[in-house]
Structures are given as structure tokens and as C-alpha cells.
Design a protein around this ligand. Structure first.
Ligand code: AMP
Length: 432
């Protein structure tokens, strides 16, 4: 019988890769904590309506990419394609939003039925932060500082570029959309089917067309900038001034509109050219209308989401993860010969107690010296602690050897009770 395989675009993260993930997750959690953000966890599955009403009916995500199905009660549910909608739903449902300020973060898997390629998957993972109840632009800058601090912490700052745009209010975009539709109608014969459909339903998406003929037809199209209201422009100018004062550099990208309908005013993406085609690592902006759109009271809001896979790809390819973080095991304790199991278990445990930050494997399953040493090498440990009984004896072993698992094969013998402290000394860590 053929073996079952994972679903295309849904990755297994194997032990050798999960250390990079853990390194990144720990860095993110450290950073959000430093900014006073608190974690919120919400379900992976929600009512499909939630995503339709927030992301927008006429968006790629809702039209083509959601994993939606009827459950056994006939309710139409979807795997979350992004985090903001669920975060808003959860925070509002539990009364966290009205008349309050909240700084929240989340992380977890998202699902979009896109065409898989490097950096683009059907199950992927995001970190997100969402801030509620503040008009900005101070909070917008703070949220961007969270991202910038993470890049600095990870050694990635020089590889990431912040791109900004001001997309105005929903009303501005409605008026702009009408002007764009009128313009596109005048060029209808130069458009492809997709653009012709989009022209009436979501004309701004035509701007993203990859078809060079459509791009050519867009020459001279009205620019969104001309339709953005004054208040929005002031917000945007102040945001830029505050960003510059905070030392965060940016470029303006008037073509940046984001694929989700709920944004307003400032939107942004952090992009890199180290990843090839999928260069966007983080995207976000303000979404002041979303809470009310989902049935809550009017609540100002902003936030971003970071693609974890893409950051891991960057960290790995640029070799930014310190070797210590990729060290799965530090010590391998062998158990060779008759009646050493009890002492092996006890010694491994004593080392764990003395050196609580180390990973200590206590060999299980028996076997000869060579086999156990090979396992020690393959484990990636730095040291082997060798408990070995040559012959048959009823008495406890008095000594064990510590062997450095490198070419030097340097070995020293000590009383068993001294081993934990010696291990700490060799690895230059403080023993507790
Ligand atoms: P979005 O809100 O769609 O811009 O997503 C925010 C971030 O999530 C992007 O900048 C990417 O880093 C990441 N992302 C989005 N879609 C995918 C995907 N299909 N596979 C991997 N990462 C993704």
C-alpha cells in the first residue's frame, strides 16, 4: 500500500529545523514582552463569515484561497487565513476592546490555498501584534519599533527595508475606485479577463496585475494619493517624522495596497531581496473600521503579521543563528556493561541538576562501547560521559571518564561525584 504523504504546501518541521524556529520564537516573545504586549490565543477554525466580512468578499484570500467546509451541523467554517480577524473577534467577544487600550500578540498556523513555492506555503505560520484603542501615529510607530527591534535582535536589520503607503479612508478608496473603474473602462480592450472582472468588483487589485499588457494600460491611471483626505495625510506625515526621529528608515511605495480590505491610512511591508520572489516578511497597517465592521463598537486599531517561514529561511541562509542555539544536546552519558544502569540514570540526573541549561541524554537500550560512542557523536553532544564496567562486579563504579567529542578526543577520569562540576568547568558554564 502506498504511504500517505503530507498535503502539498503543508510542511513538516523536523527536529533539525525546529531549533531555528525555537530560536526565532524565543526572540519574538522576548521583544514583545519588552514592549508590554500580551499573548492572546484564539481558534484556528472560525465561521467563514468572519473572514468574508473582514478581509473582504472580493479579495484573493476569500475568493480563492480559504479552506472552507460545512461541519457536521451544517455551519460553514474556515481555517484561518490570517490572524487579525480572529484576534478582533476574540478580543471583542471578551470585552477587551471597548474604551480600552490593548497591546496583544499571537502566533500560529494560517492556511491559504496558494500555489506552493519557496517561501509560500498552504499552511504557514505568523507572529502578529495588534494594538487597540489608540489613534496613532505614536502607536503606529511603536508597532513598527517592535518589528525593527526584532530585526536588530536577529541581526537582520540591514537586509530588511520598510515600505510605506497611505491608502486613506474606506470612503477615499471608494471614490478612487470609481475613478479607477472609469479609467479602466476607457481601456477595456487592453485588459485581460481577470482585470476586466476586477475592474468592477475591486479595481485597485488590477494595479497588482502581473500581466505586462495590463500594466501598460495602467499608464496615466489616477493615483490613490490624489484622493486621500487631509486628515489622513497629516497622520501620515507625522508618522514619517516620528519614524525618522526613531531612526527607522523607510521608502514610500505608492503601489503598496495590501490584499486585505480592512486597512486604512498607513499600510506597510518589510521586504528583503534575500529570499527571491517571496520578499515580503512582514505586513501591516491601521484598521480603524474593522472592529465596528465585525459588530463591535468603533475601536481604533493597528498591527502587523510576520511570516515565520520566511524569517527562518533568512536566518538559516544568512547563518544568523548562533551555534549554541542550534546545539540539540550537550552531554551524552553512556551505559556500558553490566549493572551500570542505576548509576547512569543517577549521574545524568545529577548533571541536569547541576547544569539545568544543558541537554543531557542518558543512553538507553544497552550495547557495546563503540556503538554507544557513535551515538554520542551522532547526537551532536559536545561531551560524552563514559560509565563503563569492564568485567562482572557487584560493586558500584567509582569513576567515570569525560571525553570531548572532537578530534582531540581529550579524556579525563574523575570520581563520579565530581563529574557534574567538571562538566560545567569544561563547558565554561556556571554550575548551580
Ligand atoms: P499578509 O498579511 O498576507 O501580507 O501576510 C503577512 C506575512 O505573512 C507576509 O509578509 C509573509 O511573510 C507571510 N505570508 C503570507 N502568506 C504566506 C504564505 N502563503 N506562505 C508563507 N508565508 C506567507
Amino acid at each position: 500500500m502506498a504511504k500517505l504523504q503530507a498535503i502539498r504546501g503543508m510542511n513538516d518541521i523536523l527536529p533539525e529545523n525546529s531549533l531555528s524556529w525555537q530560536y526565532l520564537e524565543a526572540a519574538f516573545q522576548r521583544v514583545v514582552r519588552r514592549f508590554g504586549y500580551q499573548e492572546i490565543r484564539f481558534p484556528i477554525l472560525e465561521q467563514t463569515q468572519l473572514f468574508k466580512r473582514s478581509i473582504g468578499e472580493v479579495t484573493d484570500i476569500v475568493e480563492k484561497e480559504m479552506y472552507s467546509f460545512d461541519d457536521r451541523n451544517g455551519d460553514n467554517l474556515s481555517l484561518r487565513p490570517e490572524g487579525t480577524a480572529g484576534c478582533v473577534r476574540a478580543a471583542d467577544q471578551h470585552g477587551l476592546l471597548y474604551n480600552q487600550q490593548q497591546r496583544l500578540w499571537y502566533q500560529g498556523p494560517m492556511f491559504r490555498h496558494e500555489r506552493p513555492q519557496k517561501g509560500r506555503y498552504r499552511q504557514f505560520h505568523q507572529f502578529g501584534v495588534e494594538a487597540f484603542g489608540m489613534p496613532g501615529p505614536d502607536i503606529d510607530v511603536e508597532v513598527l519599533q517592535v518589528a525593527a527591534t526584532l530585526w536588530a535582535e536577529l541581526g537582520l536589520a540591514e537586509y530588511l527595508q520598510l515600505e510605506l503607503n497611505n491608502i486613506g479612508s474606506a470612503e477615499d478608496r471608494k471614490i478612487y475606485g470609481a475613478a479607477l473603474t472609469e479609467f479602466l473602462q476607457s481601456r477595456e480592450d487592453q485588459l485581460d479577463d481577470d482585470a476586466r472582472n476586477r475592474m468592477h468588483t475591486n479595481p485597485m487589485r488590477v494595479l497588482d496585475s502581473k500581466n505586462p499588457d495590463v500594466q501598460a494600460a495602467l499608464a496615466g491611471a489616477p493615483e490613490l494619493d490624489e484622493f486621500v483626505n487631509e486628515e489622513s495625510k497629516e497622520h501620515y506625515a507625522e508618522l514619517q517624522a516620528l519614524l525618522s526621529a526613531s531612526g527607522i528608515s523607510f521608502i514610500e511605495n505608492p503601489r503598496l495596497v495590501r490584499g486585505l480590505d480592512y486597512y486604512n491610512n498607513c499600510v506597510y511591508e518589510w521586504t528583503t531581496d534575500t529570499l527571491g520572489a517571496q520578499g515580503a516578511v512582514c505586513g501591516g497597517g491601521r484598521y480603524d473600521g474593522l472592529v465596528a465592521q465585525l459588530g463591535g463598537r468603533q475601536t481604533l486599531a493597528c498591527g502587523f503579521a510576520i511570516g515565520i517561514e520566511r524569517l527562518v529561511l533568512m536566518l538559516d541562509s544568512l547563518e544568523k543563528i548562533p551555534a549554541a542555539a542550534l546545539q540539540p544536546i550537550d552531554i551524552y552519558v553512556t551505559c556500558i556493561g553490566d549493572r551500570v544502569t542505576k548509576q547512569t540514570l543517577a549521574l545524568a540526573q545529577a548533571i541536569r541538576t547541576t547544569c539545568p541549561d544543558l541537554g543531557v541524554i542518558s543512553h538507553c537500550g544497552g550495547g557495546k562501547f563503540n556503538g554507544q560512542l557513535k551515538r554520542a557523536f551522532n547526537s551532536g553532544a559536545k561531551l560524552a560521559v563514559i560509565l563503563e564496567r569492564d568485567g562482572d562486579s557487584a560493586t558500584d563504579l567509582q569513576t567515570a571518564r569525560i571525553r570531548v567529542l572532537d578530534d582531540s578526543a581529550a579524556t579525563e577520569t574523575h570520581e563520579i561525584s565530581a563529574i557534574p562540576a567538571k562538566v560545567a568547568e569544561i563547558l565554561e558554564i556556571s554550575a548551580s
